[in-house]
Design a protein around this ligand. Structure first.
Ligand code: GLA
Length: 713
């Protein structure tokens, strides 16, 4: 519901409220975001405390104009007026960049800001949408603020700037969301990382001053994720209030949290404005990507469930709701060293461990026998392999066939490698990473050229899946085609153009994303590809941390995870990979009988339960490896008849009691665990007795099933 009464906007559903008010200065004030309110007491809410008084000759002198944006919660932070918090928008015309937007009008009703090719939250019918139009105090520039409330306790925000002046304006900052709140000693949870160590859980106290989390890599990156959480001081996994923020964007983002000396807090979420200046000619507009705001007063598990539901229902491509095929990828087993015969052998063997989709990774094109060659020349290497024969044989074996591409990159030995096609500074020595440079995807002609090449190479190949990779970040940023301040954003639009075009040419493929592992794990990518290779790290202990951290913002079904080649710990690897998409990545011809048996066992588990429990069930974190000596989480299916629990002991313990309390079961159902029968309330209140699992790095997976006769009491 959205109401507007006496200058007050109230957006609410069954669970949350968002309140704004227009004050006598025409400034749109932010008044409240949180648990649903039945009404708002405007008079009680002093948004601009009358703090500026002094005493003269014993008489109190009160400032006649008590309105200071600096001590006011506003929806739009001005720049160079009297708001000293980080601004929401900065626009410059003729060297003058004082920016101040004031309320003009509003409309209630849905409008789609973005075309199909630009990632956004796919709306369902029950949406409540509000558009507020503000005008710059001095120039004929409009700011449209968009708010859409979804039933899942989610508010979607975005903004559009329209230049209605006769001259050019330069947009130097355009935040998708500004949220001002009272500072109540909230804690910040964010997810920094690096290659092979993505999305670590990091909880911090906030103090006065500015905390910024950002990417400047031209992609969302390994170093930080656009997703973060603010929680009340004592919030736990199952109790207390918390809110999360995310951005539907795959490029440079900036998340700012500013705590002012007045105990106010401003959160800004949007495109990183370092090296951002976007020119708008008369009549042109700029749409900022959508930001997502979720709230829960039931703790972090509930907040994650909200984010998971949102992604499943409103971000992932519609077709991705079907069960994921069990995937085998050639990379860790074969690298680029393969032939038609060796791949045919791989395929036959992999079929025996239950593979449903066989993926030929890097090395099938041009002169690509190592990472110094071939990127940018997308022609099948016919001297090396018969790709058609491989794909057909794969289908004959009853498996789907997939292939790897890395369209944004170029090696020095291909004809695309020319200064005018690169993101690189012509005056500087070229700095390669993994022997490759980045193509200038801010130039649509290059995007379309590479797309055309790849489509041509694959036109006779029956492809069911494509892994879209991106193995280095943007550096020495310069383009012959695009103005400096627009490169990063136009680059991302180029990537979206490519993916949209690819899906138009191959409408039925399953697209998986990857950027040296999980270097572009964001909602923009998930809009096109329902799964992302979570990390190049497949060691089970490190993976446990990576998948645990990722679970705060993203559902398990999006985390591509494979059992990889290293010997000895297949079982642990399979258990961790099971809590993702599940697949294999090794040389299947080297598997021993025992290893094949292990994989077959998981294959059976996969077929019986993966779709129902892991992909479509509800996920709960039980114990954090970041904060305790063991990691544990579980999934329960919708009917609560089956749960699967993962437990990983991090260090060797001596004798001690250890009970793991489960979550989300039906308290009245009788469940079987190992050979004993327990009621749901017992398992949730007493727990599984894990006092016997004390070995270091031991991983266990437990299947908890409703007994045949054990229906509800
Ligand atoms: C990256 C990916 C790997 C693999 C290689 C191929 O490192 O993360 O999974 O595809 O590229 O070169």
């Amino acid at each position: 519901m959205i109401t507007f009464d006496s200058g007050l906007f109230h957006l609410y559903n069954k669970e949350i409220s968002y309140v704004m008010g227009v004050n006598s200065h025409g400034v749109l004030e932010h008044l409240y975001f949180g648990k649903k309110l039945s009404g708002f007491h405007r008079k009680n809410f002093i948004s601009s405390p009358d703090y500026n008084f002094q005493f003269f000759d014993g008489k109190e002198f009160v400032n006649p104009d008590p309105f200071y944006e600096n001590v006011t919660q506003t929806e739009v932070g001005s720049f160079l007026r009297n708001d000293l918090k980080p601004a929401s928008f900065i626009l410059e015309q003729d060297g003058d960049d004082l920016t101040d937007f004031r309320f003009a009008e509003y409309r209630i009703g849905g409008r789609n800001l973005y075309g199909e090719g630009i990632p956004h939250v796919r709306r369902l019918d029950q949406e409540d949408a509000l558009e507020i139009i503000c005008k710059d105090a001095r120039r004929n520039v409009e700011l449209h603020l968009f708010y859409t409330l979804l039933e899942e306790n989610v508010l979607i925000r975005s903004a559009k700037i329209v230049n209605r002046t006769d001259g050019e304006i330069v947009l130097k900052r355009a935040m998708s969301l500004t949220l001002d709140l009272p500072f109540e000693e909230q804690r910040l949870i964010h997810f920094p990382g690096q290659w092979a160590n993505e999305r670590n859980f990091c909880k911090e106290e906030l103090a006065f001053g500015l905390k910024t989390m950002y990417s400047l890599e031209g992609r969302s990156g390994h170093l930080e994720n656009p997703f973060f959480i603010l929680q009340s001081r004592d919030t736990t996994e199952d109790w207390g209030s918390c809110m999360s923020f995310n951005l539907v964007y795959s490029g440079n983002f900036k998340n700012e949290i500013f705590v002012s000396s007045f105990r106010g807090m401003r959160v800004n979420v949007g495109i990183n404005d370092d090296n951002f200046s976007f020119r708008l000619k008369p009549g042109e507009s700029f749409s900022a990507p959508e930001a997502i705001l979720c709230f829960s007063d039931r703790g972090l598990n509930d907040l994650s469930a909200t984010n998971h539901r949102l992604i499943q229902r409103h971000i992932l491509p519609e077709k991705s709701q079907m069960r994921k095929p069990l995937l085998f990828n050639s990379w860790e087993g074969a690298g680029m060293d393969f032939s038609t015969e060796s791949i045919l052998r791989y395929m036959k063997k992999s079929k025996k461990i239950g593979t449903e989709l066989f993926v030929l990774d890097d090395g099938w094109f041009s002169s690509r026998n190592d990472d110094r060659h071939g990127l940018g020349d997308w022609t099948v290497n016919r001297k090396k392999i018969d790709l058609k024969k491989i794909a057909d044989a794969c289908h004959e074996l009853g498996m789907k066939f997939g292939i790897w591409i890395e369209p944004e990159m170029v090696n020095a030995d291909t004809s695309l490698f020319r200064d005018e096609n690169l993101i690189a500074h012509p005056d500087l020595e070229k700095r390669f990473s993994r022997n490759q440079l980045v193509l200038d995807f801010s130039n649509e002609a290059i995007v379309d050229g590479v797309l055309h090449q790849i489509a041509d190479a694959l036109k006779d190949i029956p492809v069911d899946y494509i892994k879209y990779d991106m193995n280095r970040y943007l550096g020495d940023v310069f383009s012959f085609h695009t103005a400096q301040g627009e490169i990063f954003h136009r680059y991302v639009l180029g990537v979206y153009r490519f993916m949209d075009g690819l899906l138009k040419i191959f409408p039925d493929i399953l697209l998986e994303n990857c950027a040296s592992g999980g270097g572009r794990f964001d909602l923009g990518m998930l809009y096109f590809s329902p799964q992302i290779w979570c990390s190049d790290e497949t060691d089970p202990v490190r993976r446990l941390y990576i998948q645990y951290g990722t679970s705060y913002g993203y559902p398990l079904q999006t985390m591509a995870s494979h059992v990889s080649k290293a010997k000895g710990i297949y079982e642990s690897k399979a258990m961790i990979a099971f809590f993702g998409t599940y697949g294999y990545e090794m040389n299947p011809t080297l598997l021993t009988k025992e290893e094949i048996e292990i994989l077959r066992k998981f294959n059976r588990l996969y077929r019986l339960y993966h779709e129902d429990v892991i992909e479509n069930g509800r996920f709960y974190r039980l114990s954090s490896p970041f904060e305790s000596d063991f990691g544990a989480f579980m999934c329960v299916n919708d009917s609560k008849s089956t749960a699967i629990v993962l437990f990983h002991n991090l260090r060797k313990e001596t004798n001690q009691y250890r009970f793991l309390k489960l979550k989300g079961l039906n308290k009245n159902i009788r469940y079987r665990w190992r050979d004993e029968i327990f009621t749901g309330d017992y398992l949730m209140n007493v727990g599984l007795n894990l006092s016997y699992f004390m070995e270091q790095n031991s991983t266990q997976i437990f299947l908890i099933r409703k007994t045949v006769k054990g229906g509800e009491k």
